[in-house]
Design a protein. Structure first.
Lengths: 431, 296, 270
């Protein structure tokens, strides 16, 4: 008892330790191991040290907020996912990299990701021309089409060019419950993201022209209706009847256990496909450009950007930028890929590693990154995505009709834009 | 002598209550006051928090919120159902265990679920509820039962979270009730036995009235805790399909944290708080009425 | 007959409780692919445990110590604070309104979802330089569990017969002596019950711990949660982690259960 009390007292007294090295906040994820290995290479090369606080994903947003709103930063580098990227960009708490190094520019080999490295405070939008340079991409996660290349070879098929090709190909393998032609991830938490490629390839969108600050709601457009009809057609013909309760975990489960012939999934899920411990389809998976609709192919962005908060000490800001610059060079991005992380350079398609079988996803990654779009590039992303998720999930589950769902969602979305004083408008009701 | 004793008594009163009051004052009263205060403002961040007074606007907004009201309905239903079932099961277990010699072994088995982090429970139960791969459907297939759509069908999804919660939280009530029964003085029980009461009669007439206060405390706390349920369901269904399993704390979490809308989030918390108080007041009234009727 | 029925009821209930638990435990010894396929019988793998403890950046053993330390300390604080207050409030002549305010307030506090005041706790901890410190975590865990502690202990406090207290007063015992010499020993089963429950709540807490801790003070649920990733749930490691972290909790529960159940066998309150 006495010992416990004294231990308590000692620990209460000797509670905090402050470190002089850099601190970085990052979440645990399949690409994290690759990131960590690359960081070790950096530390060995330069003698600098960066301490990682590895947190579960649900803690990320709150920890970022806590750190950037403190008088003094807890983290010298924070990373944001597309979900809350715009919200934090607009908080005004991230340094403009050109204030640290006026000559620094992202080179053209790095994927553009719809300008998400630059924030325009005036229009509250990502804008490379008039925005401030506040982010550097560190993880190029986008959706790609996963398909079973072994089965394709058997049947002599080519990766689908259009949605109808996909239906045709998937029908060849669709034999539930042993195998599903296509797995869609339509659970409430994820359906908007999964639906993104269908929407954009049909010329649809949520906002009219977000890059130029026009946040008029175009969610209830004829194009979006067509896209949804296609989404449901695929579900009915070659998909899973329970799509509305399938999430990321289940989708990957179907892929890895060999029960899915196709799926549109993030490239970050690739890691385990060739791992004996985790997969029954080793060497059998292929990746391709997502099929196209009337408006060509499209993917949805799910990448991460690194930022340096303004409340970081100037010398730490310099050191942090040094690391980020190092990380995105072509040479180091190749190491990054080899270590198992997702690269952010679209020019890796032309590098020799793209030819290696274990990196056979690189070409598809590059192609999809070029056409990937940001579904909700707004400060209200969390709120508006909650609305689109709810209504899309209800539509897929058959609780509401397509027309009613899109109209009601559009109304809610419009209300959010009005409440937040954004430049907005609405389409006439879809009939 | 008498005076000195009184003096030390006063010191004792102050000293024994001081730690509790200090903790409560600094860590609970101040946050709650700020919560109530904040619920009348629109709070934004621009290098510092900006408060813009908007009266009751947040309270009007939460009525229109697409998640909050369905969440409230689900949560009330969820709390009532789970609490009743859990307390009944726990009561049965506790009464029966009372008669068993090696009850520590059983007790330890029944405690296992609350030893696991809720996050783990949510993730792994989701796996077990899986349609094509889940353990439950796999076992049911041996019994010749068609696969059940545990999480896809809105009604079933709600039942699934109830099942999970019963499994997870019954042990909480078991441990409270067991301690209460163990605490009944032996002579009272023995006196009852001499009269030739049988097992069920003993349980009903002798034990139940004696442990009533504990049953109430257990139900009360379980009820309040059900209102705050979060981790397991968040990982299990994320509130879907539609809003079939939406619960209050999701809307609060989503609004307060994810959307960083502190004003509306606070208004939701305050409203929920008032709701729980009202429900408990109503339950208490009904309970007293039932008791009076029973005595007539 | 009754005995047979009781035993069968208990065996059936134990089975229901053990089935999901056993499945979770068995995942710890499976490879991810066997888990994904729901292979009930699969080669036994220790890979999850190896990754948990041997991998270079794993802090798991440290996390367990953190959890134990935070859990035990906060439980101890709650038990001391609450049993003292409960004794004075229910057993001594003290203004009635004071008790009503405190009990009422504590109950109201318990109803507020903790997520809504974690923000202000963080600000407080950070401004005192206590972010990522044990003290902030311990005090936060203790505060959140005060309501449970106070109500459970009071519930048992009320059951102690009046005659015992009267006898002490007649003997001229001070409050100090009555509390320590007479009430505390009688309260032991109640204290252990409250203790187990509070310890387990602290042990399983995620919301508070994730916001007030970082790498050095991270507790088990936070570390286990890192396996429920955005793109992949590593079930095996998660199960292995919870299985290992279960051991201290289970031992403590068994230990405490013996004190709780001792009630009748030792005759306790007469």
């Amino acid at each position: 008892m006495k010992r416990l009390v004294s231990l308590l007292v000692v620990c209460l007294l000797a509670s905090t330790a402050t470190a002089a090295k850099l601190n970085m906040l990052i979440n645990q994820s399949p690409w994290f191991d690759g990131f960590r290995k690359t960081l070790v290479m950096y530390e060995e090369e330069t003698g600098e040290t960066i301490e990682l606080d590895v947190t579960p994903y649900p803690g990320m947003s709150e920890k970022i907020r806590n750190s950037i709103r403190s008088p003094e930063a807890i983290y010298d580098i924070v990373i944001t996912s597309t979900e809350f990227m715009a919200t934090y960009a607009n908080s005004g708490e991230f340094v403009n990299f050109n204030d640290i190094d006026p000559d620094f520019k992202l080179d053209s080999g790095i994927c553009g990701y719809q300008d998400t490295s630059y924030w325009n405070y005036e229009t509250r939008s990502f804008d490379a021309k008039n925005g401030e340079f506040i982010g550097i991409p560190v993880n190029g996660n986008v959706q790609v089409l996963y398909y079973r290349r072994d089965l394709y070879e058997e049947k002599g098929l080519q990766p689908p060019k259009t949605w109808d090709d996909l239906i045709k190909n998937a029908a060849e393998f669709h034999n539930p419950p042993r195998m599903y032609g296509m797995i869609q991830r339509s659970e409430r938490g994820a359906v908007t993201y999964n639906f993104g490629p269908y929407m954009f390839s049909h010329g649809g969108a949520v906002y009219k022209d977000p890059q130029n600050g026009d946040f008029s709601i175009v969610f209830n457009s004829e194009n979006n209706r067509k896209a949804l009809e296609k989404y449901l057609e695929i579900r009915d013909k070659v998909g899973h009847p329970n799509a509305h309760s399938i999430g990321q975990g289940e989708m990957i489960q179907y892929l890895r256990t060999g029960k899915a012939a196709h799926a549109i999934a993030v490239i970050a899920a690739w890691g385990g496909m060739d791992d004996e411990e985790k997969s029954a389809v080793i060497g059998k998976m292929g990746a391709a450009l997502i099929p196209s609709g009337p408006n060509g192919s499209a993917s949805s962005l799910g990448h991460w950007e690194a930022h340096i908060p303004k409340n970081v000490k100037p010398e730490h800001q310099k050191a942090a930028l040094k690391f980020l610059k190092w990380l995105v060079t072509k040479e180091n991005q190749i190491k990054y890929t080899e270590n198992g992380a997702v690269p952010v350079r679209c020019d890796l398609i032309y590098s020799p590693i793209a030819k290696e079988d274990r990196f056979r996803f690189i070409e598809a990654l590059g192609q999809n990154s070029e056409v990937a779009k940001f579904i909700a590039p707004t400060v209200t992303a969390v709120e508006s995505t909650a609305i689109t998720n709810l209504y899309l999930n209800k539509i897929v589950a058959g609780e509401i009709s397509i027309v009613d769902g899109l109209n009601q969602a559009a109304e809610e979305l419009h209300k959010i834009t009005v409440d937040n004083g954004m430049k907005t408008g609405m389409l006439p009701k879809l009939k | 002598m008498e005076n000195r004793l009184k003096e030390t008594d006063r010191y004792w009163n102050v000293l024994s209550l001081a730690p509790l009051c200090l903790l409560l004052f600094f860590l609970t009263i101040i946050p709650l006051l700020s919560l109530i205060y904040t619920s009348f403002f629109k709070v934004t961040w621009d290098g510092g928090y900006l408060y813009e007074g908007i009266g009751f606007q947040n309270f009007f907004d939460l009525v229109e919120n697409k998640f909050y009201i369905p969440g409230v309905k689900n949560t009330i239903l969820f709390a009532l159902i789970t609490v009743i079932i859990q307390v009944v099961i726990a009561y049965a277990i506790a009464i029966v265990l009372n008669k068993i010699k090696y009850r520590v072994i059983y007790l330890s088995i029944f405690m296992l679920p609350i030893l696991l982090p809720p996050i783990v429970i949510g993730s792994i139960w989701r796996l077990m509820y899986g349609f094509d791969f889940g353990l439950f459907n796999y076992l049911l297939s041996y019994l010749g039962v068609m696969p059940i759509d545990w999480l896809g069908d809105p009604k079933m999804a709600f039942i699934s979270i109830v099942i999970l919660d019963i499994w997870h939280w019954t042990p909480f009530s078991v441990i409270l009730l067991i301690t209460a029964i163990e605490g009944i003085p032996k002579d009272i029980l023995e006196a009852g036995l001499v009269d030739g009461t049988n097992f069920l009669k003993e349980a009903y007439y002798l034990i139940t009235p004696l442990i009533m206060p504990t049953i109430i405390v257990a139900s009360l706390f379980r009820f309040i805790m059900s209102f705050k349920v979060f981790d397991e369901i968040y990982l299990l269904t994320q509130g879907g399909p539609g809003t079939a399993t939406e619960v209050v704390s999701f809307s609060i979490y989503e609004t307060y944290f994810e959307s960083d809308n502190i004003g509306l989030g606070s208004a939701m918390s305050v409203t929920t708080l008032i709701l729980i108080i009202l429900i408990m007041y109503a339950v208490q009234k009904i309970y007293i009425k039932l008791r009076l009727n029973a005595h007539d | 007959m009754t005995r047979f029925l009781s035993h069968s009821l208990l065996v059936i209930l134990s089975f229901i409780f053990l089935l999901p638990f056993g499945w979770i435990a068995s995942l710890a010894f499976k490879r991810q692919i066997d888990i994904l396929m729901t292979n009930i019988i699969s080669p036994i793998s220790y890979g999850n445990f190896i990754k948990l403890f041997a991998s270079k950046e794993s802090t798991f053993s440290n996390d367990i110590l953190n959890s134990l330390f935070v859990g035990l300390s906060s439980t101890l604080i709650v038990l001391i604070v609450c049993s003292l207050a409960s004794f004075t409030l229910t057993r001594l002549k003290i203004e009635k309104w004071l008790g009503m305010i405190i009990f009422g307030w504590v109950l109201v506090f318990h109803m507020i979802p903790p997520i809504t005041f974690i923000g202000s706790w963080f600000v407080l901890a950070n401004s005192l330089g206590l972010f990522n410190s044990y003290s902030a975590l311990i005090i936060a865990h203790a505060t959140i569990n005060l309501p449970l502690g106070l109500f459970i202990i009071t519930n048992y406090m009320k059951e102690i017969p009046n005659e015992i207290q009267e006898a002490a007063v007649i003997d001229g015992a001070s409050n100090y002596q009555t509390y320590f010499k007479i009430f505390l020993p009688l309260l032991i089963p109640g204290l252990f019950t409250a203790g187990i429950i509070i310890f387990l709540f602290s042990w399983n807490d995620f919301m508070i711990s994730i916001n007030l801790s970082a790498k050095a003070t991270q507790t088990v649920p936070v570390s286990v949660a890192t396996y429920a990733q955005q793109y992949e749930v590593r079930y095996g490691e998660m199960a292995a982690g919870s299985l290992v972290s279960l051991v201290p909790g289970l031992l403590l529960t068994i230990f405490a259960n013996r004190y709780i159940v001792r009630g009748i066998t030792a005759g306790s309150v007469k």
